[in-house]
Design a protein around this ligand. Structure first.
Ligand SMILES: *Cc1c(COP(=O)(O)O)cnc(C)c1O
Length: 222
């Protein structure tokens, strides 16, 4: 199937409260333009440099989401245009994003990445760390960020029960943190679910899925 057909197929099955982020990492501008021409406007990349290059070449009504691990020293390159940063997993990074957002006269939307997977390799903070950050004085001084929700990645496994347990943990964490709402913590988004598990993620309360290979085909890293 073509990119357009894949997109239409996925979108036709999505509940209206779920936003689709088309994960275009490693894919050329021509492939992304196919999705764009089919109406898709939200794209996710996991490398800042690659996202900047694509941003420069592509229509300016695209919303670019940074879904990968973010190094502090690279925040400045995306600060002028990034629309949502999914993988924020420490306070120093929030502070850096705030600083660069301010320089650009923007308020940058962020998600806190919660570690829900049992795997050691996945990034993210514990839910109590997130709660402490949100209630801290230094956080209340960050006027140029808005934390609009949480993001999580399940363990890479065939075991659906395991994945479901991890997604439910993220949903629970979200529900518990919601009451802490402040001017810069306005949680509405639960970013969870990828090509292999987005249906399960939606059943568990996801409001934003990040789908790459089911739209663009397998990635080639050579
Ligand atoms: C690559 C990636 C995805 C998309 O993965 P697919 O399995 O291709 O859908 C989603 N989220 C993150 C954080 C990714 O790095």
């Amino acid at each position: 199937m073509s990119i357009q057909e894949n997109l239409n197929q996925i979108k036709s099955e999505l509940p209206s409260q779920v936003t689709l982020v088309a994960v275009s990492k490693t894919k050329p501008v021509s492939a992304i333009m196919e999705a764009y021409d089919a109406g898709q406007r939200i794209f996710g990349e996991n490398k800042i440099q690659e996202m900047v290059e694509k941003y420069e070449q592509m229509p300016k009504d695209i919303e670019w989401h940074m879904i990968g691990h973010v190094q502090r020293n690279k925040v400045k390159y995306m600060a002028p245009f990034v629309s949502l940063i999914h993988g924020v997993d420490n306070f120093k990074l929030l502070k850096e994003i705030n600083k660069e957002a301010k320089k650009n006269n923007r308020i940058i939307n962020c998600l806190l990445q919660i570690k829900i997977a049992e795997e050691e390799s996945k990034f993210g903070m514990a839910s109590n760390e997130a709660s402490e950050i949100i209630q801290s004085k230094p956080f209340s001084e960050l006027k140029n960020i808005n934390v609009v929700g949480l993001m999580g990645m399940a363990t890479f496994t065939e075991n659906e029960q395991q994945i479901q347990k991890e997604f439910k943990l993220l949903k629970n964490t979200f529900d518990n943190l919601k009451s802490l709402e402040t001017f810069n913590f306005k949680p509405t988004i639960i970013s969870m679910g990828m090509s292999g598990d987005y249906k399960l993620a939606i059943d568990c309360g996801s409001t934003m899925i990040r789908v790459g290979s089911s739209i663009f085909g397998e990635r080639n890293y050579n």
